[in-house]
Ligand binder design. Structure first.
Ligand code: TMP
Length: 217
């Protein structure tokens, strides 16, 4: 548990595999920096050196025997390290933190996809992250088949999570949409099917509006 008060702004990007999230993340960070903000960039799993090692275990397609409980705990192990090593100190310095995925990913991939349920995921969240939740979550929504095709062609390989069944990925997308509907004050759903430049503009408009509303300069 951690009670450090957060003073900066915590923004997360979420999306199913192949939603173009990585491209949009770097474009958003570039725009924030151009606008004069100090930004800490991080990712889950993998934003810290320890997180990168955990990521390698999680995504190795050779690890077919990885139990779903091990998977769940490893995502939170990487997150606890990220929160304590990077996110909370940056927020305490008053910075904007932009994180590629956070607990919403665990809610949809493990809570819904692996059927652990939201209550268990949120209980682990409290252990790993205390009361820390994002101030703003941008969810990039894309048709599943188109997204997985994008993964195959752009990345050239399928990791252990991309390789799950199409039913699994459908549960994940439906859970994202439910989560966004349940938390409209925090979530912004952006259609990620248009060209990257158009999606970038839509993401920037959503983030800019939030910064203005919160008087973050
Ligand atoms: P990435 O490709 O966006 O970096 O994400 C890695 C994979 O890990 C992706 O398939 C989503 C999955 N994932 C989970 O299943 N649970 C989690 O908590 C997180 C952060 C990611």
């Amino acid at each position: 548990m951690t009670d450090t008060p957060a003073r900066g702004l915590f923004i997360t990007l979420e999306g199913t595999d192949g939603s173009g999230k990585t491209t949009q993340l770097s474009r958003l960070i570039a725009r924030l920096r151009e606008a004069g903000h100090t930004v800490t960039e991080t990712a889950e799993p993998g934003g810290t050196a320890i997180g990168k090692k955990i990521r390698a275990i999680l995504l190795d397609p050779a690890h077919q025997e990885l139990h779903r409980t091990t998977e769940l705990l490893l995502y939170f192990a990487a997150r606890a390290q990220n929160v304590h090593e990077l996110i909370l100190p940056a927020l305490a310095r008053g910075e904007i933190v932009v994180c590629d995925r956070f607990t919403d990913s665990t809610l949809v991939y493990q809570g819904a996809g692996r059927k652990f349920g939201a209550d268990l995921v949120l209980a682990l969240h409290e252990i790993a992250c205390g009361t820390l939740f994002p101030d703003l979550t941008v969810y990039l929504d894309v048709d599943l088949e188109a997204g997985l095709e994008r993964v195959r062609t752009s990345r050239g390989h399928i990791d252990r999570m991309d390789g799950q069944s199409i039913e699994f990925h459908h549960r994940v997308r439906a859970a994202y949409l439910d989560l966004a509907a349940a938390h409209p004050q925090r979530f912004r759903v952006i259609d990620a099917s248009p060209a990257a430049d158009d999606v970038e503009q839509a993401v920037w408009m959503a983030v800019k509006a939030e910064l203005e509303q919160r008087h973050v300069r």
